[in-house]
Design a protein around this ligand. Sequence first.
Ligand code: PBG
Length: 314
Amino acid sequence: MVQETHLRVSDLIAPLFVHPGTEPQIPVASLLGVVRWSVEGLVSECAALKALGVPAVALFPVTPPERKNPEGSEALNPDNLVCRAVRAVKQAVPDLVVITDVALDPYTEHGHDGVLDPKTGDVDNDATVALLSEMSVVQARAGSDWVAPSDMMDGRVAAIRGALDAAGLIRTVILAYSAKFASAFYGPFRDAVGSQSAAGRVYLDKRTYQLNPANAREALKDALMDEAEGADVLMVKPAGPYLDVIRDLRAATRLPIAAYQVSGEYAALHAAAERGWLDLEAARHEALLGIKRAGADLILTYSARAMAEALRAR
Ligand code: PBG
């Protein structure tokens, strides 16, 4: 009777990887229980998630190396893998909210979220924003319900909103990765989509555009800029190490807040549980409940399906 916070299936968003081949599932070694789906496999997983009550999925494509280049131009191809996946999922499961990622990292040879300035070698903010705006329109035309810029360029939310509206896509929602930190917890994701491989053994350094993990005030400033530019939902990422940022943002905005329990958070729990050092079900529930308690309305988690099944069995 006095429990203050409840985790519900309708809070969950499932991030899903899709690969271009026909193999129904290819495991991701560093994410126990997570696979890369073929488009066909993805459609049946989406139907299963919807049947469990999970309201939304976030799609991440694996681009074959021969389709990558320095400009990430495959991102603008209306027939690219993610667009084909969106069309297939929306056709089979129309009521499931489909979210697509807006950033160039799955498409660039160098694995960065934008195009590089030839003089400095750093990501060129404004040139990238122009490409991301086009990319959002391409994805929304394919049927994506929510576009989710995960790139952290300055000014991209306003540019994307403008481009969507100009194309008549006025109902497309913008889920902005607003407080996204330059985190060590993204490693397994970069293996899954293959964005790390270009950088070799050195962990890809995105500190010119992602936030310093030490800076909570700067995170709020960036998130409120996204709100002012027209974002519909604000995201904090990673989730577990940044509960204070979720809490602060909850007090600072009236928008819904999403939090992303990222690949490294998932991998850490699962690796410990595999060694018998943690009770997976209990630790998973507690980690997600903590994110909710901090103030998140929505949680992206690779545990969405397992959590939905556990909540249903209660
Ligand atoms: C990049 C992107 C990243 C994730 C989602 N989109 C990582 C990065 O900045 O390289 C990470 C998600 C995860 O670790 O689960 N656009």
